[in-house]
Each structure stands twice: as structure tokens, then as C-alpha cells.
Design a protein around this ligand. Structure first.
Ligand code: XIL
Length: 323
């Protein structure tokens, strides 16, 4: 029994982000785990702005073709991630938004979004149109985002309209972190989405990233309540980047706690009618971004260990999907 099979029996999507560099790189377990255990994937980096448009007007699809060939071959669904993000590491050097006029910035954003969404039509069913556009605290939006600075808050609604124009069938998502539960940030997200819907902006879903430190994890009931309120706005909700981080010094008993958390989180996901997918941020602890991102303070965050062995968390998710 695989996660994939169990999920399919109940019409649910269970996924893992993929780094296409590992496909056909001679590591058979990577491919077989991804295709055998999961029915949805996304690119961990390769569909972001810089890798896709490294020079102005020059679009590179090479690595992503490996991914679409893989998803077609193994009948995995594909999420698109992401069209606009503030992070300097994925904005190409040529972009220099701070030197552009507002109209130039809008035109660059439009061209990028329309070209990319159009390219992946038929392969990608959900796009993270705007990633991490809300502030962590203090203000409504992330005002240091180069997109916000160049265009203003309405870059968000423009991005959704451009994406919808390029593929009217694609489900368009707003995606962010630390808004899994009811809190100040998810309140602001809710408010933003209501405003967008009032203006007939084509937004269809909310992506809860679900990067969770086990030692300060949000309360499960609050996550359920949060999903429910977005569902009541008529939106689809997906967990898009789940990993449950263990402190580096934690012993093996932490794997059990982690398993319980994964079990409960997947439980919330499958129980909410509006929630359609649960995607983890990687296939194996071997390649997880967490140790690098946290300077080694956290790790072991996924369902498979460094040797592709299923962890207690994997078995807990199996049990949950079995119902
Ligand atoms: C991360 C990737 O995992 C890294 O490999 C990359 O270097 C930086 O981005 N939120 C997001 C993801 O929306 O795109 C980030 O992914 C993790 C945090």
C-alpha cells in the first residue's frame, strides 16, 4: 500500500516537491519514491523567476521539461510554484525593479506571468501566483518586496488577472507561511482575499505552506478553523510545502511526536471538504532545505529519511489515509 494509492481511493492529492536535477541522475530511489508514493508534485526551485527567465525575454524550459515528462509518464499532477516572489535569490540580476518605472515593472510582470502560465497550460493545474506577499507583522503587505515597491499593493490583483488571462482553467493560489492557524497573518490573508473577491479578482485558492517547527507547532484545531474560514469564502485550500522540523539535538523519540503531528495535520486536510492536497517540501531528508536554511539547527522534517526509508511519520500518514 502506498500513500498515493490510499489517497487516490479517497480522491485526495498527496505530494512532494521535486528537484528535477535528481531525476534521471542515477538515483533510482528518488524517482521511484516520488512516483510510487505521491500523486502530485511541484518544482522546489526550477519554476521560479530567475531559473525560468535568466535573461530578459529569454525563457528556459530545459529542466522543467524533465519534470513535465516525469509527471506525464507517472500520471502525477503538477502545481506551479511560483510567479511572483520577493526573494532576492530568485530574482534575476537583469530585473533591477528598483530602477524601473511602474509601467515597466507591470509590463515585465505581465510578460513573465503570461509566458510561463501559457507554457505550462495542460500540465499545471494550480499556480502559486503570489508567494509571501503579506508582511510577517506590522503592516498588511510585505512592503520590502521589489514588486510592491515598484508597483504598489495592486501588483497582487494584477498578477492574478494576468495569470487568469493566460490560462482561464488553472486554479490560482495565494501562498504563504506561518498562516496555517488562525493568527494575525492569516487574519490579514482572509481580509485581503475578501477584498480581492469583492473586486472579482480571479483567485481560487489558498496555499498554506506548513513549514512547522515541532517545538512550537500551531494547534491543530486552530488550523482546522483557519481552513474552514477560507473554505467558507468559496476557496480551495492546499497544504503546499509541509515539513515538520526537528531540533538537531532531538533524539529518536521526537520522530514519534513528529509522526503524531503529521497524522493530525493530514487528518485536518482530509476532513476539510475544501482541502484538496497535502504536499511536503521534498521527497527525502537527504535533500531537504531545512538544515541549510536553519544552519543545521533543524532537520529530519520529511516522511522519508536520508536512505529513503519510511519514517514513523510516513506510517502515521498511512494510518490516517486509511481512515
Ligand atoms: C526554497 C527551496 O527549498 C530552496 O531550495 C531554495 O533555495 C529557496 O527556496 N517558501 C517557499 C519556497 O515558498 O519556495 C522556499 O523554497 C521555501 C520557503
Amino acid at each position: 500500500m502506498s500513500l498515493r494509492k490510499l489517497a487516490e481511493e479517497r480522491g485526495f492529492l498527496i505530494g512532494a516537491a521535486c528537484n528535477p536535477d535528481h531525476l534521471s541522475a542515477g538515483e533510482e530511489e528518488y524517482e521511484s519514491t516520488l512516483s510510487g508514493e505521491f500523486n502530485i508534485t511541484t518544482a522546489e526551485r526550477q519554476m521560479k523567476f530567475a531559473p525560468v527567465q535568466p535573461e530578459q525575454g529569454v525563457f528556459k524550459w530545459g529542466v522543467t521539461s524533465k519534470l513535465t515528462e516525469f509527471t506525464q509518464k507517472h500520471a502525477l499532477k503538477l502545481r506551479g510554484h511560483t510567479l511572483t516572489w520577493h526573494h532576492p535569490a530568485q530574482l534575476p540580476n537583469w530585473l533591477e525593479l528598483e530602477k524601473r518605472s511602474r509601467n515597466e515593472a507591470i509590463e515585465i510582470m505581465r510578460e513573465h506571468i503570461e509566458t510561463v502560465v501559457n507554457h505550462f497550460r495542460g500540465d499545471v493545474f494550480w499556480w502559486d501566483v503570489v508567494n509571501e506577499g503579506l508582511a510577517e507583522q506590522g503592516t498588511m503587505y510585505r512592503e520590502e518586496s521589489p514588486w510592491y515597491r515598484a508597483i504598489g499593493a495592486d501588483y497582487i490583483e494584477m498578477a492574478f488577472r494576468f495569470a487568469h488571462h493566460a490560462d482561464p482553467d488553472c486554479k490560482l493560489f495565494y501562498n504563504d507561511y506561518e498562516m496555517d492557524a488562525v493568527n494575525d497573518k492569516s487574519d490579514r490573508c482572509h481580509q485581503m482575499v475578501k477584498q480581492l473577491l469583492d473586486k472579482d479578482v480571479p483567485i481560487h485558492g489558498i496555499g498554506l505552506q506548513g513549514h512547522i517547527q515541532l517545538d512550537r507547532a500551531p494547534v491543530i484545531d486552530s488550523i482546522a478553523e483557519n481552513i474552514d474560514r477560507f473554505g467558507r469564502l468559496g476557496l480551495e485550500v492546499q497544504f503546499t510545502e509541509v515539513d515538520v522540523w526537528l531540533p538537531a539535538e532531538a533524539g529518536d523519540e521526537a520522530l514519534q511526536k513528529q509522526a503524531e503531528y503529521y497524522r493530525d495535520l493530514v487528518g485536518v486536510a482530509v476532513e476539510a471538504d475544501c482541502c484538496t492536497a497535502f504536499v511536503t517540501w521534498g521527497v527525502t531528508d537527504k535533500y531537504s532545505w531545512v538544515p541549510k536554511f536553519t544552519d543545521g539547527k533543524y532537520g529530519r522534517a520529511l516522511l522519508f529519511d536520508e536512505n529513503y526509508h519510511p519514517k514513523p511519520a510516513y506510517h502515521a500518514v498511512v494510518e490516517q489515509l486509511r481512515g
